[in-house]
Design a protein around this ligand. Structure first.
Ligand SMILES: Nc1ncnc2c1ncn2[C@@H]1O[C@H](COP(=O)(O)OP(=O)(O)OP(=O)(O)O)[C@@H](O)[C@H]1O
Ligand SMILES: [Mg+2]
Length: 378
């Protein structure tokens, strides 16, 4: 049975809305071997849209798609082990071919299939145990091309949470190795997804970095309010409840159309509603959302300095630029003029604020609501 609303995990089926243009574009890139870089803030829907595009390729006669998530890879060889295992598993048509394929394409190994632990997709996990002593980076990075030639099919490798590469100890060397090997591959293409915009854009938009101009860059936007409105109304109707256009709009406004928050707030409002959404149900839904997110936000601001907090207070008061003016600096106690640039970049790095064409704003709409409430209670 499909769920009414879903948040906190990639969505599909009835819980996936819109994204037609992006899905079509990703599919076209997959079919034509175009490298793609997909960037958005957290929880906007990268994983969902990539998986949607992958599922649309399921029966493709000439292209195999491989998906992996590297959020927990901390070192170069962590990454290589995840990379190779995902490719071996997902290019084999049956699980009983994994060991054979692993031995064929990566010599000198004794792979194990873990019978106890399940892998991320509820499959058995494949452990290859690759180390610098047994396998060179180049050999591993070339694995998809080798398999592709043998199978006579193109391979598209999707790597999710790619910003993790930028956090590894020898990141630059690793990036040079990847780019060096991948750019010569004729039958493989890559789709690299990530959040933390400053990390991702540094990897891909900085001329001095190896991945500069590696592929087509897609900045995944928010899903527009009209799509959310019909989605929310349909989901309520599917369970025999009613929500007016006005309350759908209010859900979109409160969450600024941030995908995960739209679904979370819609679910909260749904849970507060017997039959028809009213003001009390909506307000209770918002209260619940703030309660659910409060611990995380508390933790985020607990780590801030007084000046950083004061900068947030200035933004809350409606100021978005001219922070170095004498007025603002003294009204909000922002420290010295020379400190403002550092304050700004540290808050951007923490993803608490973002730079828009007309100045600095809170990056997270629910944080903005929570912070306003928190400050007014002081
Ligand atoms: N196309 C969509 N239709 C409906 N809801 C969506 C869609 N895409 C994302 N969402 C909502 O956003 C949530 C997060 O989606 P997803 O995990 O795909 O985002 P993400 O950008 O990969 O997040 P993260 O940055 O945490 O990896 C989902 O659980 C769902 O609530
Ligand atoms: Mg994701």
């Amino acid at each position: 049975m499909s769920k009414v609303f879903v948040y906190g995990m990639a969505v599909k089926g009835d819980n996936f809305t819109d994204r037609e243009k992006e899905t079509r574009r990703l599919k076209l890139n997959f079919e034509n071997g175009i490298n793609t870089i997909l960037i958005s803030p957290r929880r906007i829907g990268k994983t969902s849209v990539v998986q949607k595009a992958i599922s649309s390729m399921q029966d493709h006669p000439d292209v195999i798609t491989v998906y992996m998530d590297i959020y927990d890879c901390r070192s170069e060889y962590d990454f290589y082990n995840r990379f190779a295992a995902a490719i071996i598993q997902q290019t084999a048509s049956r699980a009983d071919q994994w060991l054979e394929n692993a031995k064929t394409f990566l010599s000198r190994i004794t792979p194990k299939i873990a019978m106890s632990g399940l892998g991320p997709n509820n499959e058995f996990a494949l452990y290859l145990g690759l180390t610098p002593e047994t396998h060179s980076p180049e050999e591993i990075l070339n694995l998809p091309e080798a398999i592709s030639k043998k199978r006579g099919k193109q391979i598209v490798v999707c790597i999710d949470e790619f910003q993790q590469i930028g956090e590894m100890p020898n990141s630059l060397t690793l990036q040079k190795r990847m780019r060096g090997v991948w750019q010569h591959q004729e039958n493989c293409s890559y789709c690299l997804c990530g959040s933390k915009k400053h990390l991702m854009t540094n990897l891909f938009q900085n001329r001095r970095m190896p991945f500069y101009q590696f592929g087509e860059m897609i900045m995944l936007d928010k899903i527009p309010a009209p799509d959310w409105i019909s989605y929310i109304q349909n989901r309520f109707e599917s369970r025999g409840k009613t929500i007016s256009l006005e309350y759908c709009q209010k859900i979109c406004e409160a969450t600024d159309c941030y995908s995960s928050y739209v679904q979370q707030l819609a679910w909260n409002v749904f849970a507060e509603t017997e039959e028809v959404v009213d003001e009390t149900a909506f307000n209770n839904g918002i209260e619940a959302l703030l309660a659910q997110t409060s611990a995380l936000f508390q933790q985020q601001i607990a780590a801030l300095s007084t000046f950083q907090m004061n900068m947030l207070r200035a933004i809350l008061a409606g100021h978005h630029s001219k922070f170095t003016s004498q007025d603002l600096m003294s009204q909000f106690n922002l420290g010295s003029k020379s400190n403002i640039a550092k304050l700004t970049s540290s808050l951007i790095e923490k993803e608490l604020i973002e730079r828009r064409p007309d100045g600095l704003y809170f990056a997270d709409p629910v944080f903005a609501l929570w912070f306003a409430k928190d400050q007014s209670a002081m």
